[in-house]
Ligand binder design. Structure first.
Ligand code: NAD
Length: 397
């Protein structure tokens, strides 16, 4: 099975694919649409990062393509609907950089509490300003985590290990980790937190979540961190509260408008303010996260092609298949119309093939059923399934 990996994907992914018997071709850069059209004629697995755009035209030129691995977080670079319509699965690595974000935030909490940005700046300016004024330990102080998902919960554990008190607020019903305390509302959290850190997702309702009212409700001389989404925070209100001294320091890794290309100029109303750390959306950007992404996505690609597993696919119905230890497996991706499953099962009954396990999920216009059976279906029965109008593909393992 031919695999094409573009954009310097981490070697751990290559190793994992080769160990499972795949033939891997590597290219360092991304390919243009025209180059992809040329390159994909016999490729069954494509691995990309964020600079390769997989359009409908590219998909039309890739008759063998079964799956695309986005070795990154986002999947906007792929026409997901067009891929789904052709039965091509798309996978990414949504959680592989969680730890990296947590470590950045922990570092920022300490840096802000010790006013390191301005102390470092003064030293660079040639000023020896040795003073404890405004510097604090973080031990015993309260961190308020808004959004208690993958990042929020891991941050909760690490902050608690440093001796911080943890409170959190989440719109979903999330269980508390360790000694963390759930707050009934954002206002309750803002009233007690010495550091407020945002880890909410990018749902449209979160635009402008944090503005003048929320900054005013924070404790005097508290600190503010956002490494979630730029659109969540009103940076002008934040600047006003920093300049008034109500907020003692802030760290921002994400911005409402971010430069598109490396080296492009960066504009923000937060530039030039004391005790403010600005970073170029690097919360998840570490060598370790890249390795984790390589390992995770390669695992998804092998799981899909060798066992029919679509768990965490971003565009196909997700079926988490158990490992296939004995027997035979048939994966059937089809249009989600009434009666297909009954007809599908009738094929097994007709051939007196004992079904030992079956997993089905539908999502929008597609349905995916994975059936484990004692015997493989005869070739003519498989050909019949493949001839149905509803069938996108039927694969056996
Ligand atoms: N800075 C970076 O480089 C970087 C890297 C990775 C992730 N992120 C961002 O970090 C954020 C969190 O990532 P995650 O993996 O933990 O996501 P997640 O989906 O696991 O968790 C998000 C949590 O926020 C909660 N939530 C959503 N809206 C809320 C609201 N208005 N009030 C309170 N809770 C709310 C959700 O219920 C969920 O529990 C995302 O926006 C993600 O894009 C940034």
């Amino acid at each position: 099975m031919k695999v094409l990996l573009l954009e310097n994907i981490h070697p751990i992914a290559v190793q994992q694919l080769e160990e499972r018997g795949f033939e891997v071709e590597l290219r360092a850069g991304s390919l243009s649409e025209a180059e992809l059209v040329e390159a994909l004629a016999d490729v069954r697995i494509l691995g990309i990062r964020s600079n390769t755009h997989v359009t409908e035209r590219v998909l039309d030129a890739a008759p063998q393509l079964e799956v695309i691995g986005c070795f990154c977080i986002g999947t906007n670079q792929v026409d997901l609907n067009a891929a789904a319509a052709r039965g091509i699965g798309v996978f990414n690595a949504p959680y592989s950089n969680t730890r990296s974000v947590v470590e950045l935030v922990i570092g920022e909490i300490i840096a802000l509490a010790r006013r390191l940005p301005e102390k470092s700046q003064r030293m660079h300016d040639g000023v020896w300003d040795k003073s404890a004024k405004g510097s604090h330990e973080v031990r015993g102080r309260t961190i308020g985590i808004v959004g208690y998902g993958n990042i929020g919960t891991q941050l909760s554990n690490v902050a608690e290990a440093m001796g911080m008190r943890v409170v959190f607020y989440d719109t979903a019903d999330r269980p508390a980790h360790g000694n963390a305390r759930r707050m009934g509302s954002l206002e309750e959290l803002l009233a007690v937190a010495d550091v407020v850190t945002l880890h909410v997702d990018g749902r449209p309702g979160n635009a402008g979540l944090f503005g003048a009212e929320q900054f005013a409700a924070m404790k005097p001389r508290s600190m503010f961190i956002n490494a979630s989404r730029g659109m969540v925070v009103d940076d002008v209100s934040l600047r006003d509260h920093l300049l008034s001294g109500h907020i003692a320091g802030a760290a921002l890794d994400v911005f409402p408008v971010e430069p598109k290309a490396q080296g492009e100029g960066f504009e923000s109303v937060l530039r030039g303010i004391d005790n403010v750390i600005l970073t170029p959306h690097v919360g998840g950007s570490t060598q370790e996260a890249q390795a984790e992404i390589g390992w995770f996505v390669a695992g998804k690609l092998t799981g899909f092609t060798l066992e029919g597993n679509t768990s965490l696919s971003v565009n196909l119905p997700t079926v988490m298949t158990p490992p296939l230890e004995t027997g035979h497996r048939l994966g059937f991706l089809h249009h989600n119309v009434p009666g297909v499953l009954a007809r599908f099962n009738a094929v097994f009954a007709e051939h007196e093939d004992n079904v030992t396990g079956q997993h089905l999920t539908t999502s929008g216009s597609l349905g995916y059923v994975v059936t484990d059976a004692s015997e493989p279906l005869p070739a003519d029965a498989l050909a019949e399934l493949r001839s149905w109008d509803e069938c996108l593909w039927a694969r056996t393992w």
